[in-house]
Design a protein around this ligand. Structure first.
Ligand SMILES: Cc1cc2nc3c(=O)[nH]c(=O)nc-3n(C[C@H](O)[C@H](O)[C@H](O)COP(=O)(O)OP(=O)(O)OC[C@H]3O[C@@H](n4cnc5c(N)ncnc54)[C@H](O)[C@@H]3O)c2cc1C
Length: 470
């Protein structure tokens, strides 16, 4: 609840134009990209700088007002749904690239910077920021950092965590701290930078970030390998890695996903294939040529019925863009799209894909699967209708079983989308009670009054694993 007095204090900080408690204003921020989650905030606030964020937090802490930091709201775990009301904190004024340092190979950004703007800005200087979530045209750096987002280039280059080397963070009580810096090495105390990355707005508010850049790869090549059988495609993923080749991108798409993407993008994807691998390598010309030759041979030996190499940059771009559009394409099929990101060791990809298909058949629901096969990170995606209660019940049971299977295969309940409110009931499956207790102790130390994105990560009721011994 925001009292009249608190409202007055908040408006004094940001000005009336940056505080909105109208019904219409609140409604816009009552949901995010996650289906099935909606809850009204008490107000929306848009600070202009770190000092204002600090003053807002001090007030919220004193009056125990929940704060939900929000980038573009594209998370898929209910992470920005204000499930306990309070203030939604926007970064629309804090959206500048502050510096690209070509000597130290770093960029310093505010949280509201759009990821693709950042990628383009550094590429114009011959530098490269690899994390490339498919949502990068709209997602923000603050959101990427707090979800530890990955992307198509994750296999070779890693995820957001591997590039964040320094942060400015406002703590729950309003204190401002700086972690890390433009440093290649820094072991002064605990690694708080890593702790905040992926913390989903529950430990502090990121107001500035220093990210590491690398030289832009000289060249890249893209190919599509087509398979008549999903197992052969999955085996090829393991074979490529076992041959000690790490492609920049190694994506898997099953036939239902291919059909939907082709209908959406119309670029001539091979819709008659049962599965496709989209493979990209980048780097110096001769190394790319050597790796792609080897990869092509491995695909053919692994029963690919055809291997097609993109002939031009435009063709390669169209292929990766089509893959990036998978969720948007699938979302056209039915009113509700539930995209998950169960992750397993790469060697278990074939088993996981098979299990997903069996589970979909068992519960009589439609699941398309695509994802970052090289990372073992699959996106089983169910197209359904939230109004069909019977089907929604089956969808929920099916996903619970998918998470169990992922854990049984040595995997996890989320590879890049975070826990938020959606996966909170499943976290104990992965961490056990003791793991949850350790994380709760950290949360209590950083946020003793539980004002930072409350109701996320930790569930009131955990879902138990149905199968405990296998
Ligand atoms: C079409 C589509 C494709 C996607 N593809 C990918 C993909 O390839 N890879 C991937 O990893 N994810 C993907 N996602 C998920 C999502 O885009 C990412 O999680 C992204 O990082 C969220 O960015 P955002 O700016 O929208 O953050 P939001 O959704 O607004 O916020 C995400 C989390 O960060 C917190 N937060 C935001 N800003 C701050 C801040 N400054 N300080 C503290 N906490 C903050 C929020 O409270 C929330 O918990 C996709 C989503 C969609 C809709």
């Amino acid at each position: 609840m925001i009292t009249k007095d608190v409202k007055k204090q908040l408006i004094q900080i940001v000005g009336p134009e940056n505080f909105d408690d109208s019904n219409a204003g609140r409604l816009v921020y009552s949901y995010d990209a996650t289906p099935q989650f909606q809850s009204m905030p008490d107000a929306v606030i848009a600070p202009r700088n770190t000092d204002e964020v600090s003053r807002i937090l001090a007030i919220c802490s004193e009056h125990q007002v929940p704060i939900v930091p929000r980038g573009s709201g594209t998370n898929l775990c209910g992470g920005t749904c204000p499930t306990e009301g309070g203030l939604v904190l926007l970064f629309k004024h804090m959206n500048r690239i502050l510096e690209i340092d070509e000597e130290n190979l770093t960029a310093t950004v505010q949280p509201g910077v759009i990821t693709l703007d950042m990628i383009r800005a550094v590429e114009s200087k011959g530098l490269f920021y690899p994390p490339d979530p498919s949502s990068m045209k709209i997602s923000t750096m603050g959101g990427n950092i707090n979800e530890n987002s990955g992307g198509l280039r994750g296999l070779k280059y890693g995820v957001t965590r591997d590039y964040v080397i320094g942060l400015e963070v406002v703590l729950a009580n309003g204190d401002i701290i700086r972690t890390g810096g433009k440093l290649a090495k820094d072991v002064a105390g605990y690694d708080l930078t890593r702790l905040f990355v992926g913390s989903e707005g529950t430990l502090g508010i990121v107001t500035e970030a220093i990210v590491k850049l690398v030289p832009k790869p000289e060249t890249k090549k893209t190919l599509l390998a087509l398979y008549e059988n999903i197992d052969a495609a999955a085996q090829t993923v393991s074979d490529i890695i076992a041959a000690k080749i790490i492609p920049a991108t190694l994506e898997f798409l099953d036939q239902p996903t291919l059909l939907v993407i082709e209908d959406y993008a119309r670029i001539g994807l091979p819709t008659n294939a049962k599965a496709v691998l989209l493979i990209e390598q980048d780097g110096p010309l001769e190394i790319v040529a050597r790796d792609m030759e080897k990869i092509e041979a491995i695909c053919k030996k692994g029963d690919a019925v055809s291997v097609q190499t993109a002939q031009t940059e435009e063709e390669a771009f169209a292929l990766t863009e089509a893959r990036r559009s998978a969720l948007s394409a699938l979302a056209r099929l039915k009113p509700t799209t539930i995209l998950e990101d169960a992750t397993v060791p790469r060697s278990e990809i074939a088993n996981m894909v098979k299990a997903i298909n069996d589970i979909a058949a068992k519960y009589d629901i439609s699941i398309c699967t695509f994802g970052h096969a090289g990372d073992g990170n699959l996106h089983p995606t169910c197209t359904t209708d939230i109004r069909n209660e019977d089907e929604m019940e089956r969808v929920e049971q099916a996903f619970a079983e998918i998470f169990e299977k992922a854990i049984e295969l040595g995997g996890t309940i989320t590879g890049e989308h975070g826990v938020g409110a959606m996966k909170a009931p499943y976290l104990e499956m992965k961490l056990e009670k003791e793991g949850i207790a350790a994380m709760k102790a950290l949360k209590a130390a950083f946020d003793p009054r539980n004002i930072l994105n409350p109701g996320k990560i930790f569930a009131k009721d955990a879902r138990k694993r149905v199968v405990t011994e296998r």
